[in-house]
Design a protein around this ligand. Structure first.
Ligand SMILES: [Ca+2]
Length: 245
């Protein structure tokens, strides 16, 4: 799905200033390379106004792109609200949309697709409960005007980094979403049909005797998966197919 108001669309490479210490004037626009292919999404960005602030860096203040720009009392760079504790976010290469994982409370870690102007519920709705037991957020999981997660874990995995797999080394895993498990001490492969989660598989359970948490997962140019473990002797692991380098 291509959405010309989606700044995460693959064709909408975000322009950036050469020197963040010297932000452009508010009316400045960012030039594109002369040979750039101009998509509707990039056309939007050509007319973006960019601002730089010490705490959030640069952001686009184009009112057609950012849902809260110009609204009193709301920071204009906000894209979506109601997130609890986002651990990572990545673009779905098939759609250009922004997917993210969040730490919930007990039994409430979530996968969401962060869409423009949407409310993802926290602290009003949640599937998690208090850490010591008992309801949280009044015990409600759904409310009109608030988005449901694509998926949630109970028990939680304490997700970390994530990546959509597009490589050739593991054809059976293509289009899966890989997520590191800080709490589950393994690598989680989430299977998808479109944007629907159809299941999950836990990999690298043999790491558990070392009690290593998976801090991040990325795909290399060769299609291998690279993982970071979290601990006093944290390791960088390369996951390859049998017979791979
Ligand atoms: Ca939520």
């Amino acid at each position: 799905m291509m959405d010309d108001t989606n700044p995460f669309a693959p064709t909408a490479a975000l322009p950036h200033t050469e020197n963040p210490a010297e932000p452009p004037a508010a009316e400045d626009t960012q030039p594109l390379p002369a040979d750039a292919t101009i998509s509707p999404a990039v056309e939007k960005f050509k007319s973006c106004r960019w601002r730089a602030t010490p705490d959030v860096g640069e952001f686009c203040t184009h009112r057609d792109v950012l849902p809260f720009a110009g609204k009193e009392g709301v920071r204009p760079e906000i894209w979506s609200v109601g997130h609890r504790n986002i651990q990572s976010a990545t673009l779905n290469p098939a759609t250009g949309e922004l997917w993210e994982v969040e730490h919930g409370t007990r039994g409430g870690d979530e996968i969401n697709i962060a869409r423009k102007g949407k409310d993802y519920g926290w602290p009003t709705i949640a599937y998690g409960i208090e850490y010591q037991g008992g309801p949280i957020t009044g015990g409600i999981q759904q409310q009109e005007g608030m988005e449901q997660p694509r998926y949630y874990w109970d028990p939680v995995i304490a997700p970390s980094g994530m990546v959509f797999y597009t490589g050739k080394m593991f054809p059976a895993w293509r289009d899966s979403l890989f997520i590191g498990g800080l709490g589950s001490l393994n690598l989680v492969r989430v299977t998808l049909k479109g944007e629907q989660v159809t299941g999950e598989e836990r990999l690298l359970q043999d790491l558990q005797p070392l009690r290593e948490r998976i801090r991040d997962v990325r795909q290399g140019p060769d299609g291998a998966l690279y993982l970071l473990t979290d601990g006093p002797k944290g390791r960088l692991l390369k996951l390859v197919a049998k017979g791979g380098a």
